[in-house]
Write a protein that binds this ligand. Structure first.
Ligand SMILES: [Zn+2]
Length: 192
């Protein structure tokens, strides 16, 4: 069991066929995940390709996460909560300036992704839209979006199976509105 402390992140390799279990240990905590092909990091997870090929904006068990080169990167084997977001970008310093009116330093998924992924030569501009595990984005028929508290309960988890050798970036999200107003850790396990 690996622990991502609140408002922090991790990056690691996952081999083709290995499984990644991402756990919300306390409930109501989002985890942003980005994926890169370990052999060529110009290939990375794509929200656009995934929503297109899965013909759905709510990605869950049975769906795949697709790359910008239209290859399957992961399959979702289990999803005990069932609500994830793949529309919104990782929270960043600018998120807190623009949406929260806070110009002071604030931890963010964007910073926690690029600092942890730097050891794989991945740069800030390489970070794509993340798959936001447990994130509860609701939308109205007119397209209006709202970020509501996650519906995940303590112990909810998602199991992903790698479909190629991957570099994975994973966070415990730092945005107040995405996490019901408080920050919690995220746990993960790599299963063979
Ligand atoms: Zn975040």
């Amino acid at each position: 069991m690996n622990v991502i402390e609140k408002q922090s992140g991790a990056a690691f390799k996952l081999k083709n066929g290995q499984k990644l279990k991402v756990i919300d240990p306390q409930g109501e905590q989002v985890s942003d995940m980005v994926l890169f092909n370990a052999e060529d990091t110009r290939e990375k997870i794509s929200s656009g390709k995934t929503l297109d090929f899965e013909e759905n904006i709510l990605i869950t068990r049975g769906d795949h996460l697709w790359s910008n080169r239209s290859n399957k990167m992961m399959e979702i084997l289990e999803d005990t909560n069932g609500r994830n977001d793949f529309l919104l970008a990782p929270c960043s310093p600018e998120t807190f300036k623009i949406m929260y009116g806070n110009s002071d330093y604030h931890p963010s998924c964007f910073e926690n992704l690029y600092t942890n992924l730097a050891k794989f030569d991945i740069e800030p501009d390489d970070i794509p839209t993340a798959f936001n595990i447990f994130m509860n984005v609701q939308f109205q028929p007119d397209g209006k979006l709202s970020v509501d508290p996650p519906m995940s309960k303590a112990g909810d988890h998602v199991i992903f199976k790698a479909k190629m050798d991957l570099i994975v970036g994973l966070t415990a999200c730092s945005a107040e509105d995405s996490n019901g107003g408080s920050f919690k850790p995220i746990h993960y396990e790599i299963l063979d």
